[in-house]
Design a protein. Sequence first.
Lengths: 111, 271
Amino acid sequence: MAALEAYASRNADEVHTDVLLKARQACYKSRDAFYDCLEKESNKKPTEIASVGLLYPAECKALRAQFVNHCRASWVKHFDRLYCKNKRVRRLLDDGGETRRAELKRSVLPN
Amino acid sequence: MPISRFLFFSSKHRFRQPLNLIRRFDLSKRTQSCSYTKSSRQSHRNPADYFLSPQETKASRSWSTYVIPAGGLLGLAGIATFVHYNDERRAVRKGQGENSGPNRVTGPIIGGPFTLIDTENRLVTENNFLGNWVLLYFGYTSSPDVGPEQVQMMAKAIDILDSKKNLKILPIFVTIDPQRDTPAHLRAYLKEFNSRIVGLTGPVGAIRQMAQEYRVFFKKVEDEGDDYLVESSHNMYFMNPSLEVVRCFGVEYTAEELAEEISKEMKKAST
């Protein structure tokens, strides 16, 4: 009981506006713009470092700056991680598992 | 060569063992193989003993060699009873679920009393919500994508139920991130979705206790200074007016499906 009262009395009036609707929508928009740029320029060589191992070409640098600006840092990392995972799944699906099967054949068969 | 020895001894005993087995057990392969290994192990021991025994009689068998294994066994027994007692203490009784379906709650009783603070800084307990059909969701406002989607779905389902089916249910959002989700912040956040959603927060201890009662997993991940995400099991609990959980919904439901299932539940209960 006392803990509850203490919690209520502590000055808890701040509102984090960066997770409210408008901020979220701005974040999603800039995120989509950035990832679209990545898709478009996927044939260029990735030179810049994003986070959690994602690399991107220098053409998307401005969009990246906007993305990081509009979204929270933890969200940026979360979306980058999600993007890498999706890309890997897509690559596996497109491949049809061909490269993996070839690797397995080479490693398993005795020679 | 131990392998050849094993084969030799097991073949020697094979003639004797089946007779005993036929007399006592039915011919199940498992018991036979068990007895084979046992007999071969015993036969292993006997020749080895012949070599060891002359030396053993020389060394004095002090009583400490008996005490240490006995003490070890007692210690193990003690640990086992402690673990068992602990399990009993933490055990939850299995609920009596009359209907069986994919999402029926027939396992341990989910739910329990709670005392939290709502968005108007008032103290609320579960008694405040008795008599309403409740849709309960545990989330946090700083969720990047899943959280807002789920709350949006909840809000839409509430709207569908209100307008089309004329069924009133009470949506409750309990934050699992009470340090950042203050009552005022919750109010601003939930207002954007649906003004009827009740937001609950409180001190970390109360939240953790309620999460344990409702079997919700949540964990703070990846601290980045002040910023962090919270991993949680995204489940919505649908409770009847006596606040017993009748159904749980996962992330795979859309708003229409949710409304459909909820109205089905309510109709079933009123018949």
